[in-house]
Design a protein around this ligand. Sequence first.
Ligand code: ATP
Ligand code: MG
Length: 580
Amino acid sequence: MSNHKSATPGIPHNSSSSDTAGAGSKVSNFISQIISEDLQSGKCQSIVTRFPPEPNGYLHIGHAKAICVNFGLAEQFGGQCNLRFDDTNPSKEEQAYVDAIKADVKWLGFQWADDVKYASDYFDQFYAWAQHLIAEGKAYVCDLTAEQASEYRGWATEPGKDSPYRQRSVDENMDLLERMKEGEFDEGSRVLRAKIDMASPNMNLRDPILYRIRKQTHHQTGDKWCIYPSYDFAHGQEDAIEGVTHSICTLEFADHRPLYEWLLEHLPVPSKPKQYEFGRLNVNYTVTSKRKLKQLVDDKVVDGWDDPRMPTISGMRRRGFTSQSIRNFCNGLPISKSDGVVDIAQLEFSIREDLDKNAPRAMCVLDPVKLTISNFSEYIGGDVETMVAPAHPKTDMGQRQLPFTAELYIDRADFSEDTSLSRKKFKRLVLGDYVRLRSAYVIRAEEVIKDSGGNITQIIATLVPGTVGENPPEGIKPRGVIHWVSATEGKKATVRIYDRLFNHESPDKGESDFMQYLNKDSLQVLDNCWVEPGLVEAEPESRFQFEREGYFVADRYEHSSSGPVFNKAIGLRDTWSKGS
Ligand code: ATP
Ligand code: MG
């Protein structure tokens, strides 16, 4: 199927869409080359990677990329990948996020090694290591206020100044740290800092903070701690404890690498992981920042983190995207050393490609107008003739039964009274002309009935006998094929149509706040749609191609046989890049 129009010719698309869970990228990239070399040289016997989310929001498409990279490399080299929560900041974290993240990673098709891990599992060890640094004269308790500390830090172009507390004795530092831990001091009154170099050109080495006081209950450790390690004091040590060999993160951490290495060098850690950075994935027309996504949720712009318009993994899932297509998308992107923006059409292409192959076909009329077959009883005994259609045109997925009755619905857009419309341009039903009803008869539109406002309320048509699966007699040329649903045997359904959440290519980087670029028409709810009766039995999350309309999914939470609800995943073609 060549639905893929202008969107990104020459995408480095991974064409193998094998169905094995976690199908990793076998493509070679700079990180896989480093790993190959490390294994060959015996620098490591096997590799350990990790995916380290902070549980302060749901995972998004950018995280999907990091997941595919970390789990994919472990798979490719027969190593292991840990799922480890970087839960060092209880003020923004929640158990609900932990649960959602675990579910998303699993749904994407990956299984972490052993049990889920938490930075908070190692808080006792981190504390002991903080004492170790103090004992070595490499850390001190500092009482500068936040403003003072920032003044002392200097600028990128100007060295900082030593804190007046830098020369505290080992004993005093030990005592103060202990009392910070015991909750004697207020939040913000004291921090533990590494003693490195206030004149370093790398700001991260200007005596960075190791511990802060935060009198907060933690989702894992409860009230055991009121001091929490900084990201920098935690991350590398977590990696070392877990025997992570290749700690892969995004570029913004490149400047932290010297600190990562400094800490590993000055602590008695059990292993020496190495940090590597790659470019973040950004997708146009969307935002990939948990903070901004949280704002959309908090401001009720969307209906929760898993709203189908959200670029979250659970949002994409609810939208009908498959995990395979998300993996194909991520694995098809290069792992580069610079940040890049990927066209969202490329993601949509992956979805379409997967669903075209794997989604059974069905008929749904989104904007119904009644069509009555006036000669039905002349040719058909009883009220219903059951038509049979394949569930999929190429793959054997069984057959669907389609009840054909005297009263049908077709889509309003598939009919016109304008007999001057060219056959080439309008391959649908025109008054006085013929069209084929998909998997059923060729019909001819005979007349229309209108209400007092001039709106068509009914089309009267006749069927051409003997045309089910057969060509019509000489002289009858249907303009095209349209879809239909029985008005008496079909079922009413709600269908939700989604559009992009933002109407700006880079909502983050526009001149205004990203919220200014919200697309007001990103959700359309159609509550008078008609589906073929078989669809009512669809399991939640089953996906279909509604013929001539696009790909749809039975809503994960709201679909039921008494109230069918479908979400539109994506259209049949890329309509955006055609010039809008
Ligand atoms: P956000 O900015 O959305 O809050 P984050 O980096 O703070 O993201 P973390 O939970 O710390 O979120 O991320 C976990 C891992 O996912 C990190 O290793 C991070 O580098 C990676 N990651 C986050 N966003 C992206 C992205 N857009 N592309 C690739 N990797 C990402
Ligand atoms: Mg982060």
